[in-house]
Design a protein around this ligand. Structure first.
Ligand code: NAP
Length: 348
């Protein structure tokens, strides 16, 4: 019986839901945050401590400090490692993304090697470790991406967040193969959307929803396709990966792939005519002109805009046993939360 679980990065959007579901399932949960003094980042965790007395224990740990996760990991059977910087607008990709992702994974797994009670590690990777640009699928001559594919096109200069997740996941597999005590199951989520338990608004997922609803893309949406998934489904996928001893390898977890315009259309159906949502996609030539102002290089435009791509998520259904929530509910639940929090004006 796996009783005590460590979740790294409990202040995060994805980890918050994992912690909550584990507590509801009766597990004892250890979770790490960078700074226990930051009540703005841990209020949702202290509220959960009150709701589930003696089940949730908070620890301080930093991905960049060797040995930082030791006390949090003591006595745990499973480590769910989610903490990793997720930001797209960075000045120094090596220091802000790659180093913490890689060094953090190394620190956490080096610690796992010293703590005999740990039997399994569940790692939050990403679909960006499966492929870099939408063009990759065309270059590979395939019509859908699966867990056998790896991102070979991102680098420090081109899509550094994707590069950070790829090198971190590779490192995890390397470290796992060097020993036999603990196994590794990887979750590769698509773009995660849905309500935030922490109420934080600084995450990429919430920022994207706020940009759409606030009319920032009213003139037109970039013709970009992503795989989307509900944050509650991602949390459940981690818990299924933890529980099922037969689970192996990587798992793409996306409900399906949609263009930004399709997401806007879902929202328009849920809230008819109430928001200034985009009604058309911006032509690619316009993206070459304005993309750099939105943080998209010409290479990014060339290799992604207007190019479809699809993931095969069947392993998440067949092996993990995950059933996906209707994605339209994901988007409308997220929008409703932002309106409840007065972050987006509720239309009259
Ligand atoms: P998030 O809300 O920004 O959470 C990131 C977490 O990592 C936070 O708890 C953050 O702590 C922690 N962290 C960052 N740098 C750290 C450091 N140096 N030491 C200790 N902790 C550190 O992002 P998220 O969306 O929940 O992402 C969680 C995981 O899911 C990440 O591995 C991300 O790559 C992956 N993922 C996310 C998505 C998505 O669409 N959201 C999609 C695919 C994969 P602070 O609160 O102190 O900053």
């Amino acid at each position: 019986m796996k009783n005590t679980i460590l979740v790294t990065g409990g202040s995060g959007y994805v980890a918050s839901w994992i912690v909550r579901y584990l507590l509801e399932d009766g597990y004892t949960v250890h979770t790490t945050v960078r700074n226990l003094e930051r009540s703005d980042k841990i209020a949702h965790l202290t509220a959960l401590q009150k709701k589930f007395p003696d089940q949730l224990h908070l620890f301080e740990a930093d991905l960049l400090q060797n040995g930082s996760f030791q006390s949090a990991m003591m006595g745990c059977q499973v480590v769910i490692h989610t903490a990793s910087p997720f930001k797209l607008d960075v000045k120094n990709p090596q220091n802000e993304l790659v180093y913490p992702a890689l060094q953090g994974t190394t620190n956490v797994l080096d610690q796992v090697n010293t703590i005999d009670s740990v039997e399994r590690v569940v790692l939050t990777s990403s679909v960006v470790a499966i492929n870099g640009d939408n063009q990759d699928m065309i270059d590979k001559g395939i019509d859908r991406l699966n867990e056998e594919h790896w991102n070979t096109t991102s680098s420090l200069k081109h899509a550094p967040y994707s590069f950070s997740k790829t090198v971190a996941e590779k490192k995890a597999w390397d470290l796992q193969k060097k020993q036999e005590r603990w196994d590794l199951v990887v979750i590769n989520p698509g773009f995660v959307m849905g309500p935030s338990l922490s109420g934080r608004t600084d995450g990429q997922s919430t920022q994207f929803m706020m940009d759409l609803l606030s009319g920032k893309m009213a003139a037109g949406a970039p013709e970009l396709t992503f795989g989307y998934v509900d944050v509650r489904d991602i949390a459940k996928a981690h818990i299924l990966a933890m529980k099922q001893s037969s689970c192996k390898g990587r798992h793409i977890v996306t409900e399906n792939s949609y263009s930004v315009l399709e997401v806007a259309n879902f929202l328009d159906k849920a809230f008819p005519g109430q928001f200034k949502l985009p009604k058309r996609s911006l032509p690619k030539w316009l993206m070459y002109l304005f993309g750099p102002l939105m943080g998209m290089s010409w290479k990014m435009v060339r290799r992604n805009i207007g190019l479809p791509f699809t993931y095969d998520h069947s392993k998440s259904v067949n092996d993990l046993g995950l059933s996906y929530r209707n994605i339209t509910d994901t988007f409308s639940d997220h929008a409703n939360q932002l309106m409840d929090m007065n972050l987006v004006k509720r239309p009259k």
